[in-house]
Design a binder for this molecule. Structure first.
Ligand SMILES: Cc1cc2nc3c(=O)[nH]c(=O)nc-3n(C[C@H](O)[C@H](O)[C@H](O)COP(=O)(O)OP(=O)(O)OC[C@H]3O[C@@H](n4cnc5c(N)ncnc54)[C@H](O)[C@@H]3O)c2cc1C
Length: 368
């Protein structure tokens, strides 16, 4: 029987290229995390391998990989280095959105920039908007050539290397999207000293009468636009969960207590079976949600919301079990176990958070 999740041969080649690159990313993940340094060389390696061209949708001149392939690509990256996966996902989300939203007015400008390896970032979350990053509260005021923005956007992953920002603001009371090349009016406030996803350097940006150009304004989002970030965020958590599971298995096999490896303790077997089967279930549901997205089914966002909720939670559960199995040696900075827990916790915070998603899904089920 044909699987509904089949990938084309070009997609399989892309994923095998990314898998090869990811081996190198995994080897440096701990060091970049420790230094909270942007892994720019890894991002450049992805561009050199043609990943941007592959994931750019066909309607803006790219190869237009399926959601299925895109989700797997992000999961592979996250398993190797969750910060690389997160920055790349935010870059992809902003680059693809700007290419699609401005195509009617600016033609191929942003698609060309994305393809050549210009770095993109999402400056959407506002200090006062909480998780509702698509509903900005900060107004853009009419000015010569466009609108000026005074205010702040926070947790902008990869902002320090971004050549283009996707910014939203209220124009006449309605949310509007702009492409912005950061200039001296955009100030980076270095707040990013975090527990997890440290190498994303998701800084606070302050805007001082920054011009949002009318000719860089995009249209509103359409259901047919490629939803990179909703499709990629569950994959970030699933990749972290895979890495956390591998780390705990390696530890349990290597740690010998009173002559027996930890793998022989029954509680370890039971708990591993529990988290691994829930992880596999979350992956299966995620693939179903991506299949819905590839099929253009109307439940796409609802499915991806549930997939994020499941993936965020199972990643934390696997990583917490890793800490128990790891004991004090897994708690050392030299062990990957502690990093996976720190990264897993961040998955729940990124919008939409597990609380917001639970509210949306619960309200839908209850018919509110
Ligand atoms: C690693 C990382 C990378 C990020 N990268 C980017 C990026 O590149 N670009 C960008 O624009 N943003 C980014 N963000 C921001 C992120 O997506 C959230 O929008 C932002 O974190 C929300 O603010 P907050 O985390 O301070 O939580 P708060 O909004 O202060 O939330 C606090 C608590 O309230 C809950 N809550 C908030 N709003 C609601 C609501 N409406 N209903 C119910 N509960 C609610 C939350 O779930 C949480 O439990 C990133 C965040 C992280 C952690």
């Amino acid at each position: 029987m044909t699987s509904p999740y089949d990938l084309t041969s070009a997609e399989q080649t892309l994923l095998s290229t990314v898998t090869d690159l990811a081996e190198g990313f995994a080897a440096t993940a701990a060091a970049y995390d420790d230094r909270a340094e942007l892994p720019l060389d890894h991002l450049e390696a992805l561009t050199a391998a043609g990943v941007e061209q592959a994931i750019l949708p066909a309607d803006v001149g790219g190869n237009g990989v399926s959601y299925q392939a895109f989700g797997e690509l992000i999961r592979i990256l996250a398993q190797a280095d969750a910060s690389v996966a997160t920055i790349f996902l935010m870059h992809a989300g902003a680059g693809i959105a700007l290419a699609q939203l401005t195509a009617p007015t600016l033609g191929s400008y942003y698609a060309d920039e994305f393809r050549r390896g210009a770095r993109f970032a999402n400056a959407l979350s506002e200090p006062a908007s909480g998780n509702t990053f698509l509903q900005p509260q900060q107004p853009a005021i009419p000015a010569d050539g466009g609108f000026t923005l005074d205010g702040a956007k926070r947790f902008v992953s990869g902002s320090e290397i971004a050549e283009h920002l996707l910014v939203n603001a209220l124009v006449d009371g309605v949310p509007a999207f702009f492409g912005l090349e950061p200039d001296e009016t955009v100030e980076t406030i270095p707040i990013w000293d975090t527990l997890g996803l440290r190498a994303t350097r998701s800084q606070l940006l302050a805007f001082h009468s920054t011009l949002l150009r009318s000719d860089h304004r995009g249209r509103g989002l359409l259901p047919t636009d490629f939803a990179a970030i909703p499709a990629g965020l569950p994959a970030v958590s699933l990749g972290i969960a895979d890495a956390a599971l591998a780390a705990l298995v390696a530890h349990a096999r290597g740690r010998v207590i009173q002559g027996q490896p930890l793998t022989h303790q029954q509680w370890v077997q039971y708990e591993v079976a529990d988290v691994e089967s829930r992880l596999e279930a979350a992956k299966a549901y995620f693939r179903l949600a991506l299949f819905h997205a590839d099929s253009g089914l109307p439940r796409t966002i609802g499915s991806l919301s549930r997939a994020k909720l499941l993936a965020n939670r199972v990643a934390v559960d696997v990583a917490r079990l890793g800490v128990r199995i790891g004991g004090a040696s897994g708690y050392l900075r030299t062990s990957p176990i502690q990093r996976h827990l720190r990264d897993a916790e961040a998955g729940q915070l990124m919008a939409y958070s597990t609380e917001v998603l639970s509210g949306q899904v619960g309200a839908e089920i209850l018919g509110l």
